[in-house]
Design a protein around this ligand. Sequence first.
Ligand SMILES: C[S@@+](CC[C@H](N)C(=O)[O-])C[C@H]1O[C@@H](n2cnc3c(N)ncnc32)[C@H](O)[C@@H]1O
Length: 197
Amino acid sequence: MAQYFTNQELKSELRKWKVSIFNNTFTFYTDNGVFSKDHLDFGTRTFLENLPLEEMRDKKILDVGCGYGPIGIVLSKLTNASIWMVDVNRRALHLAKMNAKENGVNNIEILESDCYQNVSSLKFDYILTNPPIHAGKEKVYEIVMNARHYLNPEGKLFIVIRKDQGAKSMINDLKQYYTVDVIAKNKGFFIISCFLS
Ligand SMILES: C[S@@+](CC[C@H](N)C(=O)[O-])C[C@H]1O[C@@H](n2cnc3c(N)ncnc32)[C@H](O)[C@@H]1O
């Protein structure tokens, strides 16, 4: 099976669709070889609907594994935060740039980066991730456990993960470094918040 994070050779079939979130309509370009190419992923939507948007207003936010850009672009519109988005999938990054433009979002940096590699000199108020489960536990843990090095002292990490993708053991493991709360559960998706303890 072709996996969405190593797909540069896949034939392009650009598509464009609209989605409504909090009564705002967003337009997204997607393509073969990127995560959730036909619709806003239910986990991504659940994530967006449960983040503390008010406290994120005007803050500095990193989305690790941004895909075609839905999390960062929606947050940019709704919170006016400064957004950084990173991914390893060049096609996804190209789409994320198109989508930022299409949705009139300017305060956004979109970079190729394996986890924190190319943002390692920065600190963020929030790090958000819908992590690449297919990349394997080691990579997912690199994202969630190392987030602490790139957070401001009051910073928070938010994660969306499905119960059957190892949410419970991840929560236990996160407690090694963070104060952890499950802030929402919906149809098997857990939304996890992590504060530096
Ligand atoms: C589950 S998808 C989420 C995409 C998007 N945030 C969303 O919610 O629709 C995970 C993303 O992580 C990306 N990814 C995989 N390995 C990565 C790595 N080492 N560093 C950064 N991103 C990675 C994948 O290319 C994919 O776009």
